[in-house]
Each structure stands twice: as C-alpha cells, then as structure tokens.
Design a protein around this ligand. Structure first.
Ligand SMILES: Nc1nc2c(ncn2[C@@H]2O[C@H](COP(=O)(O)OP(=O)(O)O)[C@@H](O)[C@H]2O)c(=O)[nH]1
Ligand SMILES: [Mg+2]
Length: 242
C-alpha cells in the first residue's frame, strides 16, 4: 500500500517536472524568436557596400574614420585594411553602409579583384598634394571597370563612382589643379569632390552622394529585372494559348 502511494507520488512529481521543462522550453523558444525578430527589426533591410580605393597615404583611412567616428586619426596603420558598418538615414530611409577601407593588399590581383567585385560603389581617392596619386586613379578605375565587366564607353553601364581629391586643407601644397581633376571627371562622366579628412569638409557629402548613386543604380537594375520577368510571363502566356 505504502509502496503504491510512493509510486503514485513519484509519478506525479515526474509529470510536474516534464510539464515544467515543456513550459521552460516554450518560454526559451519564444525568447529566441523575440531576440531574432528584434535583431531583424534593428538591422536595416538595405545595405550599401562602399570600397575606398587609391594610393597609400592619400587619406582613405582618415576619411573613413572621420565619417564613422567624427575624429581625425593622423597615424592609422598604413597596411591595415578594415571594414566598417554604420546605420545612417539616407533621405528619410534608414539604411546600412558597409565600408571596406583597402590598404595595399590590392597589389595581389586576386585579393584586389575580390574586393572590387564585392563593392557596389567606389570612392577613388587621391591627394591634391601629390600628382602621382592623381595619376594612379586611372589605373584603379580601369581595374574596377574590368572586374565589374563594364564597357567604359557606355555611360549607362557606369558603376557608382566618385573621384575624391583629399587634403583640400593643404591648399598651399596643391599639385593637382581643380581643372585637371574636373577634366578627367568629365571624360569619365563621374562627379569630382574635394574633401579634407582633417577639417571634415565634404566628408559626409562623398559618402552620402555615393550611396545615392548606388541606390539609383539598384532601382534601375530592379526595374530592368521586372521588365524581364514581365517579358518571360508574356512568353509563357503565349505558350499556354498555343
Ligand atoms: N592635412 C591633412 N592630412 C591628411 C588628410 N587625410 C589624411 N591625412 C594624413 O595623411 C596621412 C595618410 O593618411 P591615411 O588615412 O593613413 O592614408 P591611407 O593610406 O590612404 O589610408 C596621415 O598622416 C594622415 O594624418 C587631410 O585631409 N588633411
Ligand atoms: Mg589606410
């Protein structure tokens, strides 16, 4: 009799434990769902991927860090490439900008091509105090167009790209006249902007202008895709009539 009572109470305890476990599983599951949906809600749906290119020492890292953290970093490790992520509001829409600050590893063609392939827009930077760095931008542009399979003669095929003349605060050391840079930009059909990572002049402008170019390029691409899908649907319909 005592034995049977002991069994029954053990069974009830066991059932209680099972139920408790079930409840805590559901609770944890819901919590996980909550965390995941919160994370999803926190991350903007639209991501624009920007690549900084240009010779060493022109101020790619200084521009990136000024944009990211509002500070002028004078001695950032010159060989260090890094990527950055920031939530920004672009014309009323919350988007995420991913910035890849390259740093010389581009000398290895395979690494460089991978970097360029992953980019949706490019800030091609030179220093207005260094003629050589200006000349080098032509090579960077060619590499980008080649990797992106763009025919440089066709302007409608162009990729989001800004030519950036940095160190504009060092006017007395200028080696590249504004007109020379503008001429190149007319030829390439891209905008030219002078910046200073030191004074923050035009730093936001170059990143935001580039994001706008990336956005309009994406909208064009999705329009073209929709057109293609509609064409496909039309041809499918024709088949069913036949
Ligand atoms: N005066 C001035 N110096 C700058 C500016 N941008 C960068 N520098 C300096 O130029 C050097 C190279 O900059 P860095 O960002 O490391 O160049 P990177 O190799 O292209 O990433 C550093 O000493 C910076 O302090 C600028 O706009 N004005
Ligand atoms: Mg750098």
């Amino acid at each position: 009799m005592v034995d049977q009572r002991l069994h029954t109470s053990a069974f009830i305890h066991l059932m209680l434990i099972v139920q408790l476990l079930k409840k805590s599983c559901i609770f944890l599951g819901n919590q996980k769902k909550d965390i995941m949906s919160k994370a999803k809600a926190q991350q903007p749906a639209v991501i624009h991927k920007v690549i900084m290119v240009g010779s060493g020492g022109v101020g790619k890292s200084a521009l990136t860090l000024q944009f990211m953290y509002d500070e002028f970093v004078e001695d950032y490790e010159p060989t260090k490439a890094d990527s950055y992520r920031k939530k920004v509001v672009l014309d009323g829409e919350e988007v995420q900008i991913d910035i890849l600050d390259t740093a010389g590893q581009e000398d290895y063609a395979a690494i460089r091509d991978n970097y360029f392939r992953s980019g949706e827009g490019f800030l091609c930077v030179f220093s207005i105090t260094e003629q050589e760095s200006f000349q080098a931008t032509a090579e960077f542009r060619e590499q980008i167009l080649r990797v992106k399979n763009v025919n440089s003669d066709k302007s409608d095929d162009s990729i989001p790209f800004l030519l950036v003349g940095n160190k504009a605060d060092l006017e007395d050391k200028r080696q590249v006249p504004v007109e020379e840079a503008q001429q190149r930009c007319q030829q390439w059909k891209v905008p030219y902007v002078e910046t200073s990572a030191k004074t923050r002049a035009n730093v936001d402008k170059v990143f935001y202008d580039l994001m706008r170019e990336i956005r309009s390029r994406k909208m064009e691409a999705s329009k073209q895709n929709n057109g293609k899908i509609r064409k496909k649907e039309k041809s499918k319909r024709k088949c069913t009539i036949l």
